[in-house]
Design a protein around this ligand. Structure first.
Ligand code: MG
Length: 311
């Protein structure tokens, strides 16, 4: 039986703890945990020392030693949560990244889809060849076409909040909090889906200060904050976010389409005057219930529509 001791950084120690959490058997005095895998016993100590024993001890230990070195290197340029947004490390666009974005939060009609995509470095050229780029520079037809291919090619998780659900939740929390919780939930699901693979970083298309985001998810059972970066216009910083944005937009368009069919009139995107007029028609035909099913009713458009329908 071979054995090997390595010294790890505190953060890698917490990673190793999570990694072996399902194989933990007990914790000895002064140890953080003892875990048993196929043929290796791993004992981690509070000091950061980790003891590997068994047939694969050396191999397993070396893997973590290597990971510790890369992680420590990356951490030196890691974001602090109080910063206005994250400074991304050099060559970030070439990393294996999980990216997340939401669409539809500014539109009166339609759902609020949040999507997280895992884009490993080996897939980046494929994403490029599919035409993945900033979705604001793509028309609806292109969005639909690219999204359909992405859904086959990439690992992703999509959470869709229908208007009805949105209207149920919205009175109890701000839209910012709702979005933070949705991103956190979607990211957590994707990380589980791709496990044991771990992305080198997570990039969230920023919609508020990282410190506020953190506060919003403080009560969540699981908080995805490790290796997380926040950046506005993040779709231009990594294709993972661009892809997430395209899938989310596709489902937003789809929801507008489906809801339009249900009410028998074309529901517009956005929250302008056109939305007021269509909302007035929906209200006249179906009452408040019609708006609750198709729109985010706390928007000012609702009152404008009611006023319009009285004219
Ligand atoms: Mg966004």
């Amino acid at each position: 039986m071979s054995q090997m001791v390595i010294q790890l950084d505190k953060k890698t120690l917490s990673e190793i703890n999570t990694y072996y959490s399902s194989s933990i058997v007990k914790s000895a005095p002064y140890s953080v945990f003892t875990a048993k895998t196929n043929d290796t016993t791993i004992t981690a100590y509070k000091s950061g020392k980790v003891l590997f024993q068994g047939r694969n001890a050396e191999k397993e230990a070396n893997r973590w030693k290597e990971m510790d070195q890369t992680l420590t290197k990356k951490r030196t340029s890691n974001p602090s949560a109080s910063a206005a947004s994250s400074e991304l490390p050099a060559h970030f666009s070439e990393w294996s990244v999980v990216g997340s974005d939401e669409v539809g939060n500014g539109s009166y009609f339609g759902s609020l889809p949040v999507c997280a995509v895992y884009a490993p470095k080996e897939q980046l050229s494929l994403l490029k060849s599919l035409g993945v780029r900033d979705s604001k520079n793509l028309n609806d037809q292109q969005i639909i076409q690219i999204a359909k291919q992405l859904e086959v090619q990439v690992e992703y998780v999509l959470t869709i909040i229908t208007p009805q659900k949105y209207n149920e939740i919205q009175p109890t929390m701000s839209q910012g909090k709702m979005k933070a919780i949705l991103h956190n939930h979607t990211l957590s699901k994707l990380l589980k889906k791709i496990s044991p693979i771990r992305p080198e970083a997570i990039l969230i298309d920023q919609f508020e200060l990282p410190s506020t985001y953190k506060k919003h998810i403080a009560d969540e059972k699981e908080q995805i904050l490790e290796k997380v970066y926040f950046k506005t216009k993040a779709e231009s910083s990594h294709l993972a976010v661009a892809a997430a944005s395209i899938i989310a937009r596709y489902h937003f368009l789809k929801s507008l389409d489906e809801l339009s069919k249900e009410v028998g009139m074309r529901l517009p995107s956005g929250a302008g005057i056109q939305s007021d007029h269509v909302a007035a028609k929906v209200y006249e035909r179906y009452g408040m219930e019609g708006l609750e099913k198709t729109a985010k009713v706390h928007f000012a458009n609702t009152q404008k529509a009611i006023a319009l329908s009285k004219e």
